[in-house]
Ligand binder design. Structure first.
Ligand code: GUN
Length: 282
């Protein structure tokens, strides 16, 4: 068997076209969704993500602002800026790019953002709403994965989803979202014993470990749906956590890196910002 490849990039383009039409409709009613991205320091990977977010916002006709702060910015200064953005009625979505320099407490910053402008879905109020199955902002990468699975007609209900990775950004929330869709969820992580025993039992395997080539065809069973969330640079080349060539021979569906999950993350951020604008303005 050779897997069908799920290209997030293609799906992202389709969804962004729909969003472009939606922002045009909102504009007719005087609503202009606006995202403000805050970046502290000049980490090249973060800068490149942030520029991508801005470009994507502009392309769909959404307002976007970038606030670039120096690496030495204090926690108090950043919290002041967030307060100002919370108060600003023209701003619908606030995203503070992570990670932050060590003098700033990340959790404090996440909790300072008004939950109704938290388009990352990282605020504990939004995490709690998701946990209790309520409508809210879902974190963008997990939400993107859910949309990809649904659009590919992969059935989730009753299926065994195995997740490798337990970060607050991906591993934990994707498990929660899929549990809400009635999957049976197993979380694996760096201390899991006999990892392969778990991965072999997965109907859907989501790999978000940050380790290039962690999963190969040997680790999965025939017909598994493989979602690769890894973003690693090996010899200057972008590569996932899954050895694509060997896994593709056994999987039923597989996402590539690049052009897989990555483009969906930004797309869901745009989706959340439009949703925020509709909530605030209507
Ligand atoms: N850094 C890496 N991914 C993300 C993300 O989705 N949101 C934020 N705020 N920072 C990130």
């Amino acid at each position: 068997m050779s897997a069908e490849v799920i290209y997030g990039k293609k799906l992202a383009e389709e969804l962004r076209q729909e969003m472009k039409e939606e922002t045009a409709k909102l504009a007719k009613n005087g609503i202009y969704p606006k995202l403000v991205v805050v970046i502290v320091g000049e980490d090249p990977a973060s800068m490149s993500y942030v520029k991508g977010k801005q470009r994507a916002s502009e392309k769909i006709g959404m307002d976007s602002d970038l606030i670039e702060l120096s690496e030495e910015t204090s926690e108090a200064e950043l919290l002041n800026i967030i307060n100002r953005l919370n108060e600003d009625k023209t701003v619908h979505g606030i995203l503070v790019q992570l990670p932050l320099p060590q003098q700033i407490d990340e959790q404090k910053v996440i909790e300072a953002i008004n939950p109704s402008k938290d388009v990352d879905g990282f605020h504990p109020i939004n995490a709690g709403r998701m946990l209790t199955g309520q409508e809210t902002f879902y974190p963008c990468t997990p939400f993107g994965i859910l949309v990809m699975l649904k659009r590919a007609n992969v059935s989730i209900e009753g299926k065994h989803v195995v997740i490798i990775g337990r970060s607050n950004l991906v591993g934990k929330p994707v498990g929660q979202l899929l549990l809400n869709e009635h999957a049976t969820v197993t979380h694996c992580h760096s201390r899991t014993e006999n990892l392969r025993e778990h991965t072999k039992r997965a109907d859907i395997l989501i790999v978000a470990a940050g380790k290039a080539g962690l999963i190969t065809g040997e680790d999965i069973s025939e017909g598994t749906v493989v979602i690769d969330v890894g973003v690693n640079r090996v010899d200057g080349k972008l590569t996932g956590d899954v050895d694509f060539e060997s896994a593709k021979e056994k999987a039923s569906y597989i996402t590539p890196v690049p052009k897989g999950v990555g483009p969906m993350t930004i797309t869901m951020l745009l989706h959340n910002t439009i949703k925020a604008a509709k909530w605030i303005e209507q």
